[in-house]
Design a protein around this ligand. Structure first.
Ligand code: FMN
Length: 379
């Protein structure tokens, strides 16, 4: 990362820079949500309903932000949630984000639909890695991907369950967005307004789903998911999957306490409270608004991770105070990646690390484990 990236003072600065550099269809794919984007907005605004109650004269000296997640010691209580196709946003792609997570001392999670392969990312850094799974109709492919992830050393499996079909993200069809992208008149016109992204895109190897052996046609995400993913996957299938994986497992995309409890009873070790960043069912509850009942339902039997809407160190404090063990996010590092490649993803991690460190001092605490419900009040 160079000093010039210090001009990005917060995640919103990186978002604006991503909007300037990336092709419109790419920025909108990252930034957008389902239907009227009500849930997308609420995921972030939910944090505004809480006030922090800082403690004074606690003599905070050395802040230690480290914690343990599924037995993995990480330097900060947040990590990179999975996201598809990073090379579409910048040629550094998943390679850049995996290095950014490693440098920050935290977990990188690789999406099923990544644009760099399971094996390549595994060898790139020594940092901890999790593999995120979507359930293909072809169960042979599901098993093959789990085997590949296990052999490559991914420590945990994240099963995403809020994605039986793709949500209605209207920005994408308006922009004629497909993966890999098709270039028509509208896309060519927008490409002229994003020269750095366009040059990058044209001179680099084409972007594809790197974990699939077959080339896929340029179709909308909706059509791809409807054709390939198993919308009928249920709790019994999840039990089968846990048996096949036979290792630490995270369920991602839960907003109900009863589902969280059922998942833990089935054998999941962590619950990611998430609505896919407002990209699936619009008007679904914001993760923060359902965090406490889920923490209560799960108790000490599993770890709870909040995912969605985090843009500030204070958001992380609020989530931890309400009982989350850690938080995950995608857009903050994706904005950084789209704005400035690996250096931008590193800057996103650095911004949130610096904010959290400062905020912990101001809150009057030097250990993540000390942050509790006394530090927060619903307004
Ligand atoms: C561009 C983009 C692609 C995503 N791809 C995936 C994916 O492949 N698998 C997955 O489980 N979640 C995916 N997500 C959801 C994220 O993992 C995460 O749940 C969500 O973005 C959290 O909200 P935040 O972006 O406000 O942090 C994606 C999110 C974005 C923005």
């Amino acid at each position: 990362m160079t000093a010039r990236h210090n001009k990005y003072l917060n995640i919103d600065d990186l978002r604006n820079a991503a909007n300037r550099r990336a092709h419109r269809m790419v920025f909108d794919y990252i930034d957008g949500g389902a239907d009227d984007e009500i849930t997308l907005g609420r995921n972030t605004s939910a944090f505004g309903a809480y006030d922090l109650l800082f403690k004074v004269l606690t003599g905070v000296k050395n802040v230690d932000m480290s914690t343990n997640l599924l037995g993995e010691k990480i330097d900060i209580p947040f990590f990179a949630s999975p996201a598809a196709g990073h090379r579409l946003f910048h040629t550094h792609g998943e390679r850049g984000v995996a290095k950014a997570a490693d440098q920050a001392g935290t977990i990188f999670s690789l999406s099923t639909l990544s644009s760099v392969s399971i094996e390549e990312i595994a060898t790139l850094t020594t940092g901890p890695k999790w593999f995120q799974l979507y359930v293909w109709k072809d169960r042979g492919l599901v098993k093959e991907m789990m085997d590949r992830a296990r052999e490559a050393g991914y420590k945990a499996l994240i099963l995403t369950v809020d994605f039986p079909i793709a949500g209605n993200r209207e920005r994408d069809p308006r922009n004629g967005f497909s993966i890999p992208p098709k270039v028509g008149i509208k896309q060519a016109w927008h490409a002229l307004k994003a020269p750095a992204w366009s040059l990058d895109y044209v001179i680099r190897p084409s972007v594809k789903y790197a974990n699939l052996s077959k080339e896929t046609a340029a179709v909308s995400l909706q059509d791809f998911v409807a054709e390939q993913f198993d919308a009928g996957f249920n709790w019994r299938d999840a039990e089968w999957l846990l048996g096949e994986w036979n290792g630490p497992a995270v369920i991602k995309g839960v907003v109900r306490a009863d589902d969280a409890r059922q998942a833990v009873d089935l054998g999941f070790n962590a619950v990611m409270v998430s609505n896919h960043g407002g990209r699936q069912l619009d008007r679904s509850a914001a993760p923060l608004d359902v965090l406490e009942p889920i923490v209560d339902a799960v108790g000490a039997d599993a770890e709870v991770i909040l995912d969605g809407g985090v843009r500030r160190g204070t958001d992380i404090l609020i989530a931890l105070a309400l009982g989350a063990k850690a938080v995950g996010f995608a857009r903050p590092y994706l904005y950084g990646l789209a704005a400035a490649g690996e250096a931008g993803a590193c800057r996103a991690m650095e911004i949130l690390t610096n904010e959290l460190r400062r905020d912990m001092v101001l809150l009057g605490t030097d250990r993540v484990s000390e942050i509790n419900c006394s530090h927060v009040k619903r307004r």
